[in-house]
Design a protein around this ligand. Structure first.
Ligand code: EPZ
Length: 417
């Protein structure tokens, strides 16, 4: 398994381009299942998770042609409606084929994703909503089996704000008979991006981005050409990288409007960020002030940036209380940072971070995608050498991360084996 070796202490300087958002590309690629014909999607990132969903969609009969970051997809001939366990267990977002398959084909058999490092992550809300739309859903041998001659519009209230739940049901509702109202819908920018794509296909959707989304079902959808939005989590990771190394970075092809919560916290720490519509200039260097952070559904502080801002707080002046409200077990990076000399104590849903002058390089292990990014950040700011193992986690969600950091002056290299 690959490892990453990072020698810390270098100030990062220069320019980095942000790739397309993984969490927008995944549902948008799944939406191709709704259409008979060639869709064209631009700004698709080159990531392990994208490779996985391509494999899954091909297994369902979708044909694809890729050219750089543009992907053409045609689901004219869906050959089977089963998403197998060996594919789904490597990526929970595979559940996103459930809604489109039931809507287009009247049936789907999708393996239950199973838990993952950060939490149990059930899909009960996806299932309940499909049942409310008239699907007959059974759980058998670890699979969700759903059948519906044609889904019916329904008024659905999500007990919890669920990103892929909202996406799954919004896609399913586009071909249902009648109108579906999603209440307490998630509001992430990736949902707005998906809605724009579906509307481009001829769907009738209003309210995406708010907590009430109304979808009026239509008979069929047609192909679309669309682009995936920039990855706000990748952009946020580079903002924090500048802060932790005292660097000066220009971030291109991003959307600062998707990062209000992080930008507000970084301002409080003393990191200066100047933003235009599609770029940011971030400068670290001054002493970092500790801030408290509480993760919440969008537009609150994103749980996917919790580990990264914790890395920053480990070397800030003072005490920072970081509370994780979205997932029940998203502090695995804490023990790894403590190995690097961080002073962090977990109290229930909160991590109490007491800033120290410097972290020290050490051998550490990645446990999940965002934890691995946070350990790279910690290593970039640390004194000495860090070896990060289980690097495949980071390849799931960050395109060419070591090349992007090296281009900014980081001493980081991947070693195989
Ligand atoms: C999406 O996961 C993202 N993944 C996650 O990003 C992100 O952390 C998460 O949203 C929260 O923002 C993709 O978009 C592919 P949820 P998702 O459903 O949709 C509970 C990354 O690093 N819940 O919004 O699976 C759930 O357990 C990944 O890129 C239920 O109880 O998250 C969690 O506690 C990690 N029942 C909370 O809701 C359900 O049916 C929010 O989960 C669904 C969710």
């Amino acid at each position: 398994m690959d490892k990453m070796v990072i020698v810390g202490g270098k100030r990062l300087e220069g320019e980095v381009r942000i790739s397309g958002a993984k969490n927008a590309a995944l549902p948008i690629m799944a939406s191709a299942l709704l259409v008979d014909g060639w869709n064209t999607f631009h700004n698709i990132p080159d990531l392990l998770d994208i490779t996985t969903i391509k494999k899954l969609l091909k297994s369902l009969g979708v044909t694809m042609e890729a050219e750089g970051e543009t992907l053409r997809m045609n689901a004219g001939q869906i050959t089977q409606c089963e998403a197998s366990y060996d594919l789904v267990r490597t990526m929970r977002a595979s559940i996103l084929v459930l809604g489109p398959l039931v809507a287009r084909m009247g049936e789907a058999r999708v393996s239950l994703p199973g838990g993952c490092a950060i939490g149990a992550r059930p899909v009960n809300l996806h299932i309940k909503a499909l049942q409310e739309m008239g699907a007959e859903v059974t759980l058998k041998d670890g699979y969700v089996e759903a059948k519906a001659a044609r889904l019916k519009g329904a008024e659905i209230y999500f007990d919890l704000s669920t990103v892929t739940g909202t996406e799954n049901i919004m896609m399913a509702a586009t071909l249902a008979k009648g109108t579906t109202v999603l209440k307490n819908a998630a509001r992430e920018p990736e949902i707005v991006n998906l809605a724009e794509v579906l509307i481009g296909m001829g769907a009738r959707i209003q309210g995406a981005g708010s907590d009430v989304i109304v979808i009026e079902g239509v008979e069929r959808l047609h192909p679309v050409e669309a682009a995936v939005i920039p990855d706000r989590i990748e952009a946020g990771t580079f903002l924090i990288a500048a802060g932790i190394t005292g660097g000066d970075i220009r971030i291109r092809d991003c959307n600062p409007a998707h990062l209000d919560a992080l930008l507000a916290r970084l301002k409080d720490t003393g990191i200066s960020v100047k933003a235009t519509a599609d770029s940011m200039r971030v400068k670290g260097g001054r002493a970092l002030r500790s801030v408290d952070v509480k993760t919440l559904p969008y537009p609150g502080f994103p749980t996917d940036l919790q580990a990264q801002i914790m890395a920053l707080m480990t070397v800030a002046n003072g005490l920072s209380v970081i509370t994780e409200t979205v997932f029940e077990n998203r502090f695995m990076h804490v023990s790894e940072m403590v190995r690097m000399g961080a002073d962090i104590v977990i109290e229930g849903k909160s991590a109490i971070v007491r800033g120290v002058p410097k972290l020290h390089g050490a051998p550490v292990m990645a446990t999940d995608l965002r934890a691995s990014a946070s350990l790279i950040l910690a290593a970039l700011g640390a004194e000495g050498t860090t070896t990060l193992s289980r690097v495949y986690h980071i390849d799931r969600g960050y395109q060419k991360i070591e090349e992007k950091f090296s281009a900014l002056g980081a001493d980081i290299r991947r070693i195989s084996g």
